[in-house]
Design a protein around this ligand. Structure first.
Ligand SMILES: O=c1[nH]c(=O)c2[nH]c(=O)[nH]c2[nH]1
Length: 301
């Protein structure tokens, strides 16, 4: 005998763009990709071919557009919560709504030394990602984050003192290149309902600014003894800067740059302190992850 032990479904990669026309003649734009996934009393679609409780994925997509028209899309934490809350209010047989909003960068152009009223550029590939989960009778949990933030430092990083045995080939280094693509998430203390999210709405954008600033400044300033230590320092500072955040997760690939021995070419020196030309490695890469929690923080409502 088999049983459906878990199911959810929805629309992924819903692309949405919203323009806000301000009274002063300037315009604001927001482009995002939304994923909605619903759980609830839906099993019979899988097990009995009965679709009566299925809110079509097309309906979910249309809902994203309607909600984007009726409500603010900024900050994305609010928009994701509005959508999740809507699905629970609209459909009594839906018990959990997962909403992911990925924001694509459009930075206002500077033209003639002034912010342009309606022209924007993509000046970085990093994404702001928000995941809201609205559960019936369980409030709303929100995870905010950044992904795809590519950084490199050409010095100011070391790695030594690590465990050595008969499998070890890696030499210790006191000066190396460090590069990673930052993925970080900060988990907010759960919200009782949409009204509580609205009350805290002013906290979301500054938290995003702080988390990005802390990540970049720590990366640049610390003489890093390891990716492990650097990410821990970043997470600690985010917890200190944003009181409502319970824990911070980092996932950092270590993107290696290997020295190239060119001594075969007339004794050309390109290793150790003479290294200038390196071979960037696409794979394999190190992958270092951690979660740093506020002491005494409770993950439950
Ligand atoms: O910062 C680092 N952490 C590691 O765990 C590790 N392992 C490795 O080979 N290089 C590095 N660098």
């Amino acid at each position: 005998m088999s049983t459906l032990s878990y199911a959810r479904y929805g629309k992924d990669n819903v692309r949405v763009y919203k323009v806000t026309r301000n009274d002063d003649g300037t315009q604001d734009v927001c482009e995002m990709t939304v994923c909605t996934l619903l759980e609830g009393d839906i099993a019979e679609s899988w097990t009995k071919s009965d679709n009566k409780n299925i809110v079509a994925t097309d309906t979910q997509k249309q809902t994203v557009y309607v909600m984007a028209k009726l409500h603010p899309v900024n900050p994305p934490e609010l928009f994701a919560s509005i959508l999740g809350d809507h699905f629970l209010n609209q459909y009594s047989h839906i018990h959990v709504a997962h909403v992911t909003v990925t924001v694509h960068k459009w930075t206002r152009m500077e033209v003639d030394g002034k912010p342009h009223p309606h022209s924007f550029l993509r000046d970085g590939e990093e994404k702001r990602v928000v995941e809201a989960v609205a559960g019936r009778g369980q409030g709303i949990t929100i995870k905010s984050g950044v992904k795809g933030l590519l950084v490199l430092k050409s010095t100011g990083s070391q790695f030594w003192g690590f465990h050595r045995d008969e499998y070890t080939r890696l030499p210790e280094v006191w000066d190396r290149i460090l590069s990673t693509e930052v993925e970080a998430q900060w988990n907010w203390r759960p919200f009782h309902d949409l009204d509580e999210v609205k009350k805290e709405v002013a906290a979301f954008n500054p938290a995003w600014d702080e988390a990005k600033k802390i990540t970049l400044e720590t990366f640049a300033k610390e003489n890093s003894p390891s990716v492990q230590n650097t990410m821990y320092l970043m997470a600690e500072q985010i917890l200190a800067a944003v009181p409502r955040v319970d824990n911070v997760e980092y996932s950092l690939p270590n993107k290696h740059y290997f020295e190239v021995d060119l001594s075969w070419f007339n004794g050309l020196k390109n290793t150790g302190k003479d290294a200038e030309v390196y071979a960037p490695q696409s794979d394999p890469n190190g992958l270092i992850q951690c979660t740093v929690a506020r002491k005494g923080a409770s993950p439950k409502l």
